[in-house]
Design a protein around this ligand. Structure first.
Ligand SMILES: Cc1ncc(COP(=O)(O)O)c(C=O)c1O
Length: 442
């Protein structure tokens, strides 16, 4: 048997090492989507599934948008690729202008990458470069938070707060500290929107300042609403307090808005929704409606000017990706932002939020449920843990919902939902009625 036929004789699905997947279990019982339109996925055997997750928190304008498809196809025919290193192409500059038109006032420039992970690692490097350029090369310490997810780059995992992701590799960035998580079920269970309790947890940054001295700390990075660890909205006043402490001690504040950006919380970005301006903001996902890999790191004029003015002729920031500002990604992003604008999807998310909140909180009192949380069009239902069976109820409800044609995601002990912003009220009803039915059954 030659190599090709030996490979062909293997069971299906073996070649692809799938990301964040129990590969062996999946390949015993694969679940595939073959197509998608609007609010629905379709499996190869024609089973329609209501997408309660916007893919992976990214398909904010719904699936299969012709406007994006046409823009991408046209761009490939016009200029498929051109480098952004010491050369340029007009659509990258146009795309940057469009992103900055949505951004909070006070952020002025965007550095493009290909993913949320790259946007985060770019943000951390820019923060370090900023302090060096300011004559503060001793500011090297980065502060993340427990129960945070900042992607899979070494920087993002180092500041991230999911221990499973960290211990798998052992060797991460040095000089990293973590704030405590902002969620505490004993004080916050069933909060609607932002919890009343917990603003004081921002003061833990002062503890880190006291131990290490502010002159060693470069930046603090937080998700305004932590997403992947189960939708943790910020306690009232928490983000404001972090900003105050950072200002007082010359620490840069980074908001990771890979999930919260592009309308998810009823405003273009969480920074606007909570009225707190970070020095650096990361985005990805909804930037292209999930259609094309792209990330962005937005920075203030102070950060950009300090780094670029310190340059001595060559690239001021020795950093960039072959596909930074990829013309096709930019075409997808511009078409996506056109849809958001023309269909008023960010406003729609804000209008739907109270209905969404009421719908998810109607699950209170169902068996095994211990907490329910919501923010914008994000929600989580948390289940009691079962000793020795991590994520037992969340996974069981996810599986049962899938059988009923509804997609909600299991993360840890939580079932999370984050639908496309085009969702209709009847679809919200169906989503949570199915979740409720499946919770009662398991
Ligand atoms: C807050 C946050 N940051 C970063 C990332 C990483 O993004 P990507 O998977 O595009 O690298 C994610 C992904 O879910 C995220 O939720």
């Amino acid at each position: 048997m030659n190599d090709l036929s030996a490979r062909a004789a293997r069971p299906p699905y073996q070649s692809y090492w799938m990301p964040f997947t129990a590969n062996r279990a999946f390949k015993q019982n694969p679940r595939l989507f073959a197509s998608a339109k609007g609010m629905y996925y379709e499996t190869p055997d024609g089973h329609r599934v209501l997408d309660g997750t916007a893919g992976l928190w990214c398909v904010n304008a719904g699936h299969g948008r012709d406007r994006i498809a046409d823009a991408v196809a046209n761009q490939i025919r016009t200029l498929d690729y051109a480098s952004s290193f010491q050369l340029g192409h007009p659509i990258a500059f146009e795309c940057a202008d469009r992103v900055m038109a949505l951004a909070p006032r006070g952020l002025d420039h965007v550095f493009f990458s290909n993913s949320g992970s790259e946007a985060v690692d770019s943000a951390l490097k820019i923060a370090l470069a900023y302090h060096r350029a300011s004559g503060n090369a001793g500011r090297v310490r980065l502060v993340g938070r427990e129960r945070s997810y900042h992607g899979v780059g070494f920087g993002g995992v180092s500041v991230g707060g999911i221990s499973k992701h960290r211990v798998a590799y052992g060797n991460l960035l040095p000089y990293v500290d973590h704030l405590p998580a902002t969620h505490d079920i004993a004080h916050q269970a069933y909060s609607r929107g932002d919890p009343e309790w917990g603003a004081h947890l921002a003061d833990e940054l002062l503890r880190i300042v006291n131990i290490h001295d502010a002159s060693t700390i470069a930046a603090v990075i937080v998700e305004p609403v932590a997403g992947s660890t189960g939708v943790l909205p910020p306690p009232k006043g928490y983000l404001q307090r972090l900003r105050e402490i950072c200002d007082k001690h010359g620490i840069l504040l980074i908001f990771d808005e890979v999930i919260t950006g592009f309308g998810r919380v009823g405003a273009p970005f969480a920074a606007q929704r909570w009225g707190v301006l970070p020095d650096i903001l990361t985005c990805a996902k909804g930037l292209t409606n999930g259609t094309f890999p792209m990330g962005g790191t937005l920075v203030s004029a102070k950060v950009y000017d300090t780094v670029t003015e310190a340059g001595t002729g060559g690239p001021e920031l020795p950093h960039g990706y072959t596909y930074s500002g990829h013309p096709v990604a930019c075409a997808a992003a511009i078409a996506t932002m056109d849809i958001y604008r023309d269909e008023g999807l960010f406003e729609r998310a804000a209008e739907l939020s109270p209905y969404w909140e009421a719908a998810v909180h109607s699950l209170k009192g169902l068996p095994h449920v211990v907490d329910i949380r919501n923010s914008g069009l994000l929600a989580a239902v948390e289940f009691e843990p079962v000793p020795g069976k991590a994520g037992h109820y969340a996974q069981a409800v996810h599986n049962a919902c899938f059988e009923q044609g509804v997609l909600a995601r299991a993360v840890g002990e939580c079932l999370v939902a984050s639908p496309p912003l085009i969702i209709q009220r009847e679809e919200i009803d169906r989503l949570f009625a199915t979740v409720a039915e499946c919770i009662r059954k398991i």
